[in-house]
Design a protein around this ligand. Structure first.
Ligand code: SF4
Length: 164
């Protein structure tokens, strides 16, 4: 297995971006950190910088004002970085579709800067914490597929030792 994907599976560092949510999706994300779900026991922790992130957790409809900032945040992450669209707004603009302030969908915004981005979708308004945990499991499965498809690294040949 490719080491990049292997290390991603062991502990996902998550950076949360509110791109224009009503805050309900964000409350459900916080619920994941409470003792009821306690996702840290699976090695999933929230981090304070996109530079430490393996996953961008995006909630809310992407407003026109936020679009450029979201792209900059994504570009600051180490690759591969999984973008997880949380909730109907992040997936397809939800109840804010066609509002004056709404930009393109989150996946379109990310694919403008990285056409090969890994994007996971968690539907619901807001999605339940169990759905987010299921999305993480599916993301792990996807990382397994990607790791299997990558060519295995070849160990460098050792120099010959005279007289050995
Ligand atoms: S999906 Fe629903 S709960 Fe989440 S930000 Fe949109 S309106 Fe709010």
């Amino acid at each position: 297995m490719n080491w990049k994907f292997w290390s991603l599976k062991k502990s996902l560092f998550v950076y949360h971006v509110n791109a224009g949510a009503c805050n309900n999706c964000d409350i459900e994300i916080l619920e994941l950190l409470t003792p009821a779900y306690d996702v840290e026991r699976f090695g999933i922790i929230l981090v304070g910088s996109p530079r430490h992130a393996d996953v961008l957790l995006v909630t809310g409809v992407c407003t026109r004002q936020v679009k450029k900032r979201l792209q900059e945040l994504y570009l600051q992450t180490a690759k591969p970085c999984v973008v997880m669209c949380i909730g109907a707004c992040a997936l397809a603009q939800g109840i804010f579709a066609e509002a004056y302030h709404v930009g393109p969908c989150v996946d379109e915004v990310i694919r403008e800067v990285d056409p090969n981005a890994i994007i996971a979708y968690v539907p619901g308004c807001p999605p339940k914490p169990e759905a987010m945990i299921m999305a993480v499991v599916k993301t792990w499965q996807k990382l397994d597929e990607l790791a299997a498809a990558e060519p295995k690294p070849v160990a460098p040949a050792l120099p010959e030792v005279a007289g050995a």
